[in-house]
Ligand binder design. Structure first.
Ligand code: HEM
Length: 526
């Protein structure tokens, strides 16, 4: 189409020049002035059309545009680190809703706003979350290097009900999680008794990440493994630190040459000890449950997954079933600790919010995970943390086939695709209009909102739990757990930071946003 436009301009221009030339003998001066202006106009028009052509050739050839300005070796690393969200917003404005950037050696296809569901709702034959994550953080390789000499991960058939996802999807629905309430309460109260008894006015400085990952691991071990082994301190510690140990080893695998990296990880960074402990505790438990020696009287992830048959009707070996525990620990502990740490930092710089939340919590006759789950301000606050404190780019997926977007553009097989999460959460075109701009933190934003804006309700304006069929099935459990932890801390302590301010977040490669490193001060108020 634009080719036709260009030809049309050239033809019209040459006709005009010819007609002018025939009159030239009468008025030579007029001829030069007119011809000059026509040439300038034609040149400008052609430039404009060529520019349009360039964009539309990319569109016509179904190419996702590459963002200019890549530096050798670093790609766009400097630009994105300088202003993570600003860089993505600028690229979207210049190149449209899908574009390609380069971070160090990795090409990344970025989908923004309304295009994100196309990634998250695509079939798992088209894109793979596991392979996407593996490209940037080789979790499975760390596991293999650490443990393949002792146990090989089960090969899950596509026909199998997934041994981690299926039990969570079936047993952690909003009306079912009440069965875990007593254990959530017991685990957290136990930790408070042991580590955080402060008299009125007494202060204690904590590293919020350490404290919360241990608190959440304590809750997870009790709920997912059960009372018989879930109070084991080594297990709690191992699961609290498992993700971080894997991330450290994984980072090394991505930077060192494979042969050297494999040796270093096997020798010095292996998670064998944590996995040994898990197997030592869980295999006898599963054997006992199966033989009837141990009564199956407590709903746990371990009992659910060990009862789940494979697609051929066979039972998993106790080792296979036990090994899946690390999967649920990896999916739940780090993620929940991450957002709860952000929540503490958001509270620490907002004394009025703390006061308002305390008032709301104190309206309850009894604080339980069940009763705090209905508090509106607390829910609004948590939704806002999940919305605001989100990664710039996330939910990495690998294209297993060529993927055609609704724009007609094609992402080739083998490409890494990411969602621009923060950009979507701040796009007024996607969320409803609220009193405060979306680039500000407003804990009260959703207080009068309807059911569709609850903290566990997913949508294009809240993608922190994913979207579609593969959205996080543990989200109802996660938000209840976060609410209970915050409610118990708020009624006991004033929360602040040494600087008195909201310390800046930390970004990894301009993509992942980590909570501030600043400690949190708890001061007893009871
Ligand atoms: C605040 C805490 C949490 C956050 C932010 C979170 C976020 C996510 C996200 C983004 C996904 C990927 C969705 C996708 O593939 O599109 C996911 C998957 C998953 N999450 Fe969570 N999660 C949290 C807590 C939990 C908890 C507590 C559990 C277990 C009780 C859990 C179990 C799972 C499982 C099993 C999957 C895989 C789902 C599938 O592949 O179909 N998560 N989660």
């Amino acid at each position: 189409m634009n080719q036709l436009y260009s030809n049309g301009i050239l033809t019209t221009a040459s006709n005009f020049l010819l007609s002018q030339y025939s009159n030239a003998t009468n008025d030579r001066r007029r001829f030069f002035v007119t011809t000059g202006s026509v040439l300038v106009t034609v040149w400008t028009l052609l430039k404009l059309v060529r520019k349009q052509n360039h964009a539309s050739i990319e569109y016509k050839n179904n190419i996702v545009p590459s963002v200019s300005g890549t530096l050798p070796v670093f790609g766009h690393a400097f630009q994105i680190n300088k202003d993570p969200l600003g860089f993505i917003q600028k690229c979207k404005a210049e190149y449209g809703p899908a574009f390609k950037i380069k971070l160090v050696t990795q090409d990344l296809y970025v989908l923004t706003g309304k295009m994100i569901p196309e990634l998250l709702m695509a079939s798992r034959k088209t894109v793979s979350f596991t392979e996407g994550i593996e490209t940037i953080m080789p979790v499975e390789r760390v596991m293999r290097l650490s443990y393949e000499h002792k146990h090989t991960e089960e090969n899950i058939s596509p026909r199998d009900k997934h041994p981690i996802t299926y039990p969570i999807k079936q047993n952690f629905k909003p009306n079912q999680i009440e069965v875990f309430s007593d254990r959530v309460e017991k685990a957290f109260q136990g930790l408070l008794q042991e580590e955080l008894v402060l008299k009125r006015g007494e202060k204690k400085q904590i590293d919020p990440w350490d404290f919360l990952s241990h608190a959440i691991s304590r809750i997870s071990c009790l709920c997912f493994a059960g009372s018989r082994v879930g109070t084991n301190r080594d297990l709690i510690h191992s699961m609290a630190t498992l993700t971080q140990s894997i991330v450290k080893a994984g980072m090394l695998l991505t930077v060192l040459p494979p042969m050297i990296a494999d040796i270093v990880v096997r020798r010095y960074m292996s998670v064998e000890r944590q996995l040994d402990l898990l197997m030592k505790l869980l295999v006898p438990l599963i054997n006992g449950l199966r033989s009837g020696e141990i009564p199956d009287d407590e709903p746990t992830f371990v009992s659910m997954t060990s009862k789940l048959l494979k697609s051929d009707g066979s039972m998993r070996s106790p080792e296979e079933a036990a090994f899946h525990f690390k999967g649920v620990a990896l999916a739940s502990i780090h993620t929940t600790s991450h957002f709860t740490t952000f929540a503490l930092h958001e509270l620490a710089c907002r004394p009025q919010l703390m006061e308002d939340l305390r008032k709301e919590i104190n309206t309850l006759e009894k604080r339980t995970p069940e009763s705090v789950s209905h508090l509106r301000l607390l829910d609004s606050f948590i939704r806002e943390v999940l919305r605001y404190d989100i990664d710039n780019l996330g939910l990495h997926h690998m294209a297993l086939q060529d993927m055609v977007l609704s724009t007609g553009q094609m992402i080739p097989k083998g490409s890494l695709i990411v969602a621009a999460l923060d950009e979507a959460h701040q796009d007024p075109a996607l969320g409803s209009l609220y009193d405060k701009p979306l680039n500000e933190f407003d804990a009260y934003r959703f207080i009068n909102a309807t059911e569709d804006k609850k903290s566990s309700t997913i949508g294009i304006d809240l993608i922190s739990f994913g979207l579609g069929a593969h959205a996080c099935p543990g989200r109802y459990f996660a938000v209840n757990e976060i609410k209970y932890i915050l409610a118990e801390l708020l009624v006991r302590f004033d929360i602040s930071t040494p600087s008195g301010k909201r310390a800046p977040d930390n970004y990894a490669m301009g993509m992942v946003k980590f909570p501030p490193k600043e400690p949190i001060i708890l001061e007893g108020i009871l």
